[in-house]
Design a protein around this ligand. Structure first.
Ligand SMILES: *Cc1c(COP(=O)(O)O)cnc(C)c1O
Length: 359
């Protein structure tokens, strides 16, 4: 049997046709496809303004800059995430302040946020890790009390929701990623979702050299534009996102019903988990699982093996015990919508055999 991949972008004839259409048009850089992609994405975040950029990291960076965050500010962020969540903060000149996670959700532990708030704190960056929304009602309460901005890192959480309200609509700004391993792709790309028109205006200017009208630069800006080629792919993917998401959830439910003696992901009541990753907690001998799964041709991964605060790029001496524990215990298995029933059966039987032998 062929290898079962951990992640696999779903690309078909619709994406091919869309790219060829743009190539034939001769308009490759940011143009009408990007504008349409923004409008269509907006429909999934309750009509909020959307600004497309070249990556999820750029989206987070501009989202923070649009709120005036910079040198001298502190921004609260979990350490159990991809480094980009903290990189974007550091790139503004602000200091990331790392907070531990809740062991059940892998998301920021809202009970620990207030202890880290100082006079310099300007914002909380929440990460909806693995496709599960953070506890946004509690985060909003803290943000209101201390007058802090909320920025959602929704790179892994397209269409995730709490009581029907989609991620991207809880904060002052949010960032989505369209990297090929995410729940939908544009090749590379990102989307900024904004609550206030002033921030939207800033993001549109900042992504394009500070220009609205060509050669009339109003401020110093970047070139973080998305191309029409990428937007054309993203638009096709967006049409299939809901059905892929349902498939991910179905696969996750199958795993959770059939895996034995393994800690499976927790979804709190009222939350829609979109399973960017299906992540197990392996309490003893994760190495054995990794080796035996690989031997059987089953893709698996550790997201993330190192706490962001301990990476050489940050090197902070803080103690976040649940984050450290998670780096040692997590194991993600294939949950992408291209998986076949036969492959799911193999994943389950292999895992059940490894966990039974391990006792
Ligand atoms: C992928 C990812 C990003 C960055 O997105 P890119 O498009 O790769 O720049 C940021 N945060 C999290 C949690 C991610 O998973």
């Amino acid at each position: 049997m062929r290898e079962i991949k951990l992640a696999q972008p779903q690309l078909g004839s619709a994406e091919k046709k869309a790219v060829l259409r743009v190539l034939k048009s001769g308009n490759l850089a940011q143009g009408p496809e990007v504008a349409k992609f923004e409008d269509e994405f907006s429909a999934h975040v309750q009509g909020r303004d959307c600004v497309a950029v070249n990556s999820g990291t750029s989206a987070l960076h501009l989202a923070l800059l649009s709120l005036g965050i910079g040198k001298g500010d502190e921004v609260i962020v979990p350490s159990f995430t991809f480094a980009a969540s903290a990189n974007a903060i550091a790139l503004t000149g602000a200091k990331p302040v790392f907070v531990d996670i809740h062991p059940k959700t892998f998301n920021i532990d809202v009970r620990l946020i207030e202890a880290q708030i100082t006079l310099r704190t300007k914002a909380i960056v929440v990460v909806h890790l693995y496709g599960l929304a953070a506890e946004m009602m509690a985060v909003q309460k803290i943000a209101r009390k201390h007058q802090l901005f909320i920025v959602e890192d929704a790179a892994q959480a397209h269409l995730a929701s709490i009581q029907g309200r989609p991620v991207g609509t809880f904060g002052d700004a949010a960032a989505f990623s369209f990297y090929p391993t995410k729940n939908m792709t544009s090749g590379e790309g990102g989307m900024i979702v904004l609550k206030n028109p002033e921030q939207t205006k800033f993001c549109r200017l900042a992504r394009n050299q500070g220009m609205q009208t060509r050669y009339q630069n109003e401020m110093i800006g970047f070139n973080l534009r998305m191309t029409d080629l990428h937007a054309a792919i993203g638009r096709q993917q967006l049409r299939k996102l809901q059905s892929w998401t349902s498939k991910r959830i179905e696969i996750a439910e199958y795993y959770s019903r059939n895996l034995e003696n393994i800690l499976t992901p927790h979804t709190p009541a009222g939350y829609v988990h979109v399973f960017h990753q299906y992540t197990l907690r392996i309490l003893t001998n994760r190495e054995k699982f990794l080796i035996e799964l690989q031997e059987k041709g089953i893709g698996c991964g550790v997201y993330y093996p190192t706490e962001v605060h301990r990476l050489p790029s940050f090197n902070r001496r803080v103690n976040l015990p649940e984050t450290t524990k998670a780096t040692l215990q997590v194991l993600s298995i294939p949950v992408h919508p291209g998986l076949k029933k036969k492959q799911l059966v193999k994943v389950v039987s292999t895992l059940n055999r490894i966990s039974a032998n391990g006792k």
